[in-house]
Write a protein that binds this ligand. Structure first.
Ligand SMILES: Cc1cc2nc3c(=O)[nH]c(=O)nc-3n(C[C@H](O)[C@H](O)[C@H](O)COP(=O)(O)OP(=O)(O)OC[C@H]3O[C@@H](n4cnc5c(N)ncnc54)[C@H](O)[C@@H]3O)c2cc1C
Length: 320
């Protein structure tokens, strides 16, 4: 039995680092917590999770779960939460959890709070702080009932240490024949990239509208990212103009990043973009407009034409 059940995401080889940050909230909530991982061929991933202080790692490993179909996953997650008697079902804000966890909340008939940044405890009751209006307002909310589904912003919670005595891993048995069949897996298209994952990278270089086309974007944004061994991101304007693929988008309706170094090339600093980068440690902006809003958030700013500055920067970094 566990008070909290933490859903861990993986890329079929490793647990995704941001999803581990939800464990930090599980610790703050108190009580025992179990980790749940779903998929097929999970032995190594499950073994990597045993030292995070959980009471158990539950492993739902079955060919029927080889692809993350939301209706099946939500059903298995809810079954695991019920069997554990978990009051809180917890995941990290991500595309995957946006797909799966609202379904789980509906099946549990439980309220859901997304993008939790912090919790507050007053008189034994817990409230949750979350951003609204692209992060320009912080709301503190309470939920009714004794069960809830939460997602956390990974950037708001430290990575948990993996130094506890190993806990058991348990196969989570379920009836695969009774899983919903409303969704069918057709195919997977995955871009091969040697660059680090955007949400895990230490350095992120992003480009905006003035990058003009795919080739220029790749040469300048990709070139600087490669020189710094970083990941590539983009604004929605760059994605909409087909300079960069959709999964590069950073911001309110894209990914949230918190690298050591974020470099913004030709990005104005719209509130919806800033919502995705504000936890970055150092922000460097290159923009030809000295009044661009991005400079208000930037640690360092360079006023000038990126088409002239960036090639020189790449050359300098490569030489050094
Ligand atoms: C509901 C909603 C959700 C949204 N979600 C997101 C989101 O998740 N992510 C996101 O990014 N946006 C999002 N947007 C869009 C957002 O409002 C902005 O339109 C977008 O971020 C602007 O992108 P940009 O900075 O590339 O372009 P622009 O705002 O056009 O800025 C381009 C900048 O480049 C500078 N520049 C031009 N030429 C050069 C040059 N040669 N050298 C150097 N600098 C130059 C300009 O001075 C300007 O500051 C959302 C909008 C809405 C309404």
């Amino acid at each position: 039995m566990a008070e909290t059940l933490v859903l861990i995401e993986h890329d079929r080889q490793h647990a995704k680092r941001p999803s581990l940050h939800a464990i930090t909230l599980a610790r703050q909530l108190g009580g025992e917590y179990a980790l749940l991982v779903l998929g097929h061929g999970l032995d190594e991933i499950a073994a990597s999770l045993v030292s995070y202080g959980a009471c158990a790692v539950l492993v739902a490993d079955h060919p029927a779960l080889a692809e993350p179909l939301a209706d099946r996953y939500a059903t298995v997650i809810v079954e695991a939460a019920r069997k554990q008697g978990a009051k809180t079902l917890l995941g990290t804000s991500s595309t995957f959890s946006k797909d799966v966890l609202p379904r789980a909340a509906a099946l549990l008939d439980a309220p859901m709070v997304t993008d939790v940044l912090a919790i507050e405890e007053t008189d034994g009751s817990i409230s949750y702080r979350r951003p609204i209006n692209a992060g320009s307002i912080l709301a503190t909310i309470k939920v009714e009932g004794d069960r809830r589904v939460l997602t956390v912003r990974a950037t708001a919670f430290e990575a948990p240490a993996a130094n506890a005595a190993p806990c058991p891993t348990e196969r989570f048995a379920f009836d695969a024949t009774s899983l919903p069949s409303g969704m069918e897996f057709i195919s997977r298209e995955q871009r091969k990239s040697d660059r680090p994952d955007l949400t895990e990278a230490r350095v992120v270089v992003s480009g905006g509208r003035p990058l003009k086309d795919k080739e220029t974007f790749e040469r300048l944004v990709g070139g600087l990212a490669d020189a710094l061994e970083g990941a590539v991101g983009a604004t929605r304007a760059a994605v909409d103009a087909d300079m960069a693929p959709n999964d590069y988008q950073i911001g309110q309706t894209g990914k949230i990043v918190a690298p050591e170094l974020y470099i913004a090339l030709g990005i104005s600093g719209a509130i919806q973009h800033l919502a995705g980068i504000k936890d970055s440690r150092i922000i460097v902006a290159i923009n030809k407009d000295p009044d661009a809003p991005i400079f208000q958030m930037a640690t360092y700013g360079l006023v000038g034409d990126l088409h002239q500055i960036v090639p020189q920067l790449i050359e300098l970094i490569r030489r050094s």
